[in-house]
Design a protein around this ligand. Structure first.
Ligand SMILES: [Zn+2]
Length: 91
């Protein structure tokens, strides 16, 4: 248990350790926030997902490059470059 002070009536309120969110003060009945906020947790999770996605994408790109290089002996850039030239100039 942790004992905190209600920001409204300044009386002591007992809370379980590690809890977070909105609580009702048992003395004055007002709501107050305590602990880590949900928004921050959500943002961290979104950031983690974005980083993992970016990392996976980079890994796939590298594997694709290696695969194409092994098969054709050239880097995919060559193929993309020549493909673009063919597309633009028609040869
Ligand atoms: Zn209170």
């Amino acid at each position: 248990m942790v004992v905190i002070q209600c920001p409204h009536c300044n009386l002591e309120v007992e809370l379980d350790e590690g809890v977070s969110g909105l609580f009702d003060c048992p003395h004055c009945g007002e709501e107050f926030e305590w602990g880590e906020m949900d928004e921050e947790t959500d943002l961290t999770q979104v950031n983690s997902v974005a980083w993992v996605g970016l990392l996976a994408l980079t890994l796939i790109l590298i594997l694709y490059w290696i695969a194409v290089y092994n098969e054709t002996g050239r880097l995919p850039w060559d193929g993309i470059f020549h493909g673009l030239i063919r597309l633009i100039f028609g040869f």
